[in-house]
Design a protein around this ligand. Structure first.
Ligand code: PEP
Length: 253
């Protein structure tokens, strides 16, 4: 049985003082999620990690939005996995479409990061998803399959199900135009089948696959009741405790 997962992505939002305000107000959120057997958390800007983790502790998952694949070295402006580990961060979003679009992040680079995170016992949340153009051309599956194959290159059998996959059609992120439940299920199921072909049915049944793209309280339950959708990666609706709590209660009620 795969546990449901709601993971927030703050992107480049919240100064440390704003992040602290969220963290202080989020105590009940963690309790509510746990008592309903939902894993819940937020991935936040680097500068917010220390203050947020200090307050939230393990009540919610606190993750980073990126990392470098090398442990240390001449990579100005980057943050390494040992740095994250030392402050108690175990979850990292990898390959978000905004990083792929604006920072030239490739699936090959994501693969290096995934391998490095797994070596350190951490959880990569690997994002994949197509542009509107690719969607309109009817090429979503071949595009996403390539991203999955490249991202999982050399990932060992025993590690594969530790990766969380997030299917995020780019045309649905931050646009308010969410994919239908049917599209989300179709592609998440397709990703599971791809994992089965790379590993086996055991790994495919264990790996968690999230949908992301304008998930709101009104739509969350519909997505999470799909057989192959194990949760959501949430941008806008995770920025305020109230809206994030509403997302959770809309799912559990
Ligand atoms: C995201 O940031 O990954 C995302 C899905 O954002 P939003 O929920 O705002 O579309």
């Amino acid at each position: 049985m795969r546990r449901k997962l709601l993971l927030g992505n703050w992107k480049m939002n919240k100064t440390p003082s704003q992040a602290i305000e969220f963290a202080k107000a989020s105590k009940d959120l963690g309790k509510l999620a746990r008592s309903n057997k939902v894993d819940m958390g937020v991935c936040v800007p680097y500068i917010d990690l220390v203050p947020v983790k200090k307050i939230i502790k393990n009540s919610l998952i606190v993750g980073a939005e990126n990392c470098h694949y090398e442990d240390h070295g001449a990579f100005t402006g980057e943050v390494s996995i040992p740095m994250l580990k030392e402050i108690g961060i175990n979850w990292v979003i990898i390959g978000h479409s905004e990083r792929r679009t604006y920072d030239g992040e490739t699936s090959e680079k994501c693969n290096k990061k995934i391998l490095a995170l797994l070596k350190n016992g951490m959880v990569p949340v690997y994002c994949c998803g197509e542009s509107l153009e690719t969607y309109n051309e009817g090429k979503t599956k071949e595009f996403v399959k390539e991203q999955i194959i490249a991202g999982f290159k050399d990932v060992a059998y025993e590690d594969a199900s530790k990766v969380v996959i997030a299917y995020e059609p780019i045309w649905a992120i931050g646009t308010g135009k969410n994919a239908s439940e049917e599209i989300a299920e179709d592609i998440c199921k397709f990703i599971r089948t791809t994992i089965k072909s790379l590993y086996d049915v055991k790994v495919a049944n264990k790996v968690r696959i999230l949908y992301g793209g304008s998930v709101k309280p009104a739509s969350v339950k519909g997505y999470l009741s799909q057989k192959d959708v194990d949760g959501a990666l949430v941008g806008g609706a995770s920025l305020e405790v109230e809206s994030y709590k509403e997302l959770l209660t809309s799912y559990i009620d």
